[in-house]
Write a protein of this length. Structure first.
Length: 300
């Protein structure tokens, strides 16, 4: 075997994320051909280390990803700021977040929402709540479609940390549970184990389902848009293709099978076969990835 092949084998056999990072560093330093993009590999390694609570190593891996040109979504600087906050760093994370705000312009809400989660996750309660206040004020000033999301996140954080309810909290509560007879909307979703069957059944959605991560992020975005449009958060219904096809036949809707998905989702929701969206910021993502929501579909 060549030296490069030996180093690659060491990386592939590494036991645990910390050992894998050392092996990846050796592989990168050797400047040998590898069957993957190093920047992406470092980014994925950073996420794995963070999930293991190894935030010092996660920050090092994310910094290396940025040095190698990582430009994925979410922005690597967001992730680096988060990891650094968890190590106890303060100045550099604030500088990174300020840099992102400046680049994104005066109407940017997303950076404040990200910053609030990062601060609260790191125990910086007042800074986290202040970031949410700023997100709401910014969204109002520019009439942003993110206002509802900012209000709800602010309300949930203030409730979690014992703040007295104010007018914006009361407004946010109407966005979570609307008064009157407005039904809760539903979103049908194909989990990874159903995507291949769905693509075979309905070729028109095969391309959409081909990239599972992108598909899940789109469902999450759809949920945000539904919340903004109707003032209630949707429930997500995991569709089992075989069950749906039986339902469509029994309901006399076999001729418009794919078009009937929304009616199927509504019925399954009424029967209690659905789950709420979104999870809390530190809870596992709804898509089943086992990563925290804020670092999975909630980071889109």
């Amino acid at each position: 075997m060549t030296a490069g092949a030996d180093l690659l084998a060491d990386y592939e056999r590494a036991a645990g994320a910390a050992a894998a990072l050392r092996a990846l560093d050796a592989l990168a330093a050797a400047d040998v051909p590898v069957p993957f993009e190093l920047a992406l590999e470092y980014d994925e390694m950073a996420a794995e280390l963070a999930d293991d609570g190894e935030f010092v190593l996660a920050a090092r891996a994310q910094r290396r990803a940025l040095e190698l040109g990582y430009d994925g979504d979410p922005d690597g600087r967001e992730l680096l700021a988060w990891y650094l906050l968890r190590t106890g760093e303060r100045d550099e994370p604030r500088r990174l977040l300020d840099e992102l705000r400046a680049e994104r312009g005066p109407g940017d809400v997303s950076t404040d929402l990200l910053a609030s989660n990062a601060y609260l996750d790191s125990g910086l309660i007042e800074e986290g709540l202040a970031a949410l206040d700023h997100a709401v004020a910014t969204a109002r000033a520019v009439d942003s479609e993110d206002l509802a999301e900012a209000l709800v996140q602010r309300m949930e954080a203030r409730h979690e940390f014992g703040r007295q309810e104010d007018d914006d909290d009361r407004l946010a509560a109407t966005l979570v549970v609307a008064p009157g007879p407005v039904p809760q909307p539903t979103l049908p979703w194909f989990a990874p184990d159903q995507a291949e069957r769905a693509a075979a059944q309905w070729p028109e959605v095969a391309e959409e389902l081909a990239d599972n991560a992108a598909y899940n992020r789109q469902i999450d975005q759809d949920a945000r848009e539904v919340t903004e449009a109707v003032g209630r958060r949707p429930a997500i219904v995991s569709v089992v293709v075989a069950d749906y096809l039986r339902w469509a036949t029994d309901a006399g809707r076999a001729g418009d099978q794919f078009a009937a998905l929304e009616a199927y989702a509504d019925e399954r929701h009424r029967a209690g076969d659905s789950f709420a969206w979104p999870p809390g910021r530190n809870e596992p993502c709804w898509c089943g990835s086992e990563r925290k929501y804020k670092k999975c579909c909630g980071g889109s």
